[in-house]
Ligand binder design. Structure first.
Ligand SMILES: Cc1ncc(COP(=O)(O)O)c(C=O)c1O
Length: 388
């Protein structure tokens, strides 16, 4: 097995990245192309030189333009889309509803920690409770994930929160099938798509959830602070952004359009971020390269560490990230997973992610076009060095 050929015209200067680092963790906060950063800075300059002109007259048509670009990119009707700062804010906008706080909320056991914490906080404020749906790890068959959800949904719930792509274990989950099971059990469903836009060829309309939340700063390369929520028509009279402002009672769209004074530039340059990839490589080619690189990297890690990947299906649940079990009991050597990650960063200037799930630690590597094959071997060596 060989790594894929680099994409055309790739050179590290395209990104703002510090070239002394091996950056294998775009999954956490993304990475921006320099041209997107510059487009954002230009708008920030306009905002700070004449804030009233910018926020009240320049920004609204740019907001409409960005929303239309988003609707096209994620295949959702534009009326259902609202920008938020990040996936956390979008998920919290759903969780604040009292009917959810007072009910049974289901989350996957591999859900992002903040999502579990916020669900629990909501339940503590109300009279509800949170239950975790255990997903086998490694996943051997995609159908097993659907079956686990189906069993948990049978008792009914006020809300199911389902990851499109799990965080630490980087698994692309069969969300359309899980949504069908939610419908069959009459359970409203929120898809946490924090990683999905850009990473996957997203079709929100086809998934058919009640809410879909995504980040644009992870895999689309928009500036930090660009997230969105899509809400199905039947919930648009109740769902609102967390920052309620003048028009919050007018309509769903108006409420999301003005969320108080804030930096809206990350949203406004979304069309530039989408276009930059389209012009350079095309989204399909980028996804294909990232997938091949993730599969190749997975094989390198498995060989080096002598363990197995979270995706035991042979790649059906892998997109641009791979997650492989760290052998032994690293928790006996390290205070926590962050201590081990930070040691790798400070010793080698390698940025990667380590998660702690199902009684094991998992190393996650994220592929972006700047990643070189030799970086994967160095990352594997750095992990092994932490285990002696
Ligand atoms: C699955 C998942 N959900 C939610 C989030 C939260 O994203 P943000 O910090 O941008 O709100 C993350 C972040 O990595 C994530 O992986």
């Amino acid at each position: 097995m060989h790594p894929p050929q680099p994409l055309d015209g790739v050179s590290p200067e395209l990104w703002l990245l510090d070239p002394t680092w091996s950056f294998l963790n775009a999954g956490s906060f993304g990475l921006r192309l320099r041209e997107v950063y510059e487009a954002r800075l230009a708008l920030l300059g306009q905002m700070d030189t004449q804030p009233v002109e910018f926020l009240e007259r320049t920004a609204p048509p740019l907001w409409e333009r960005a929303r239309a670009a988003l609707a096209d990119f994620v295949s959702a009707d534009v009326e259902g889309l609202g920008f938020v700062a990040n996936a956390t804010e979008g998920i919290d906008a759903v969780l604040v509803d009292a009917s959810i706080r007072d009910g049974r909320v289901l989350v996957g056991d591999q859900a992002y920690g903040a999502v579990k914490a916020a669900s629990q906080w909501g339940a503590n404020l109300g009279s509800g409770h949170v239950e975790e749906v255990k997903i086998p790890l490694p996943v051997e068959k995609v159908e097993d994930v659907v079956a686990m959800w189906d069993a948990a949904l049978a008792d009914g719930a006020a809300l199911a929160i389902v990851d499109h792509v799990t965080s630490g274990t980087a698994l692309v989950q069969p969300v359309a099938e899980i949504v069908q099971r939610c419908r069959a059990h009459d359970v409203p469903v929120l898809i946490d798509g924090a990683h999905a836009p850009g990473l996957l060829d997203l079709d929100i309309a086809a998934i058919g959830a009640d809410w879909y939340v995504g980040n644009l700063h992870k895999w689309v390369g928009a500036p930090s602070g660009a997230g969105f929520i899509w809400t199905a028509p039947q919930h648009r009279d109740r769902t609102r952004p967390l920052a309620l402002s003048h028009e919050c009672a007018d309509s769903y769209e108006a409420a999301f359009m003005w969320q108080g004074t804030r930096d809206v530039t990350p949203w406004l340059v979304l069309p530039e971020a989408i276009q930059a990839v389209s012009n350079r490589w095309g989204w399909t080619a980028l996804r294909q390269w990232q997938h091949e690189m993730a599969m190749w990297s997975c094989a390198q890690l498995v060989e080096a560490l002598g363990t197995e990947p979270s995706d035991g299906t042979g790649g059906k649940m892998t997109a641009a990230m791979t997650s492989v079990r760290i052998p032994g009991e690293p928790w006996k050597q390290w205070a926590d997973r962050f201590a081990m990650r930070d040691a790798i960063a400070s010793r080698h200037k390698i940025e990667l992610a380590i998660d702690d799930l199902a009684g094991a630690w998992w190393v996650r590597l994220s592929m972006g076009p700047w990643v070189q094959p030799e970086e994967i071997g160095r990352a594997a060596d750095a992990v092994k060095e932490c285990l002696v």
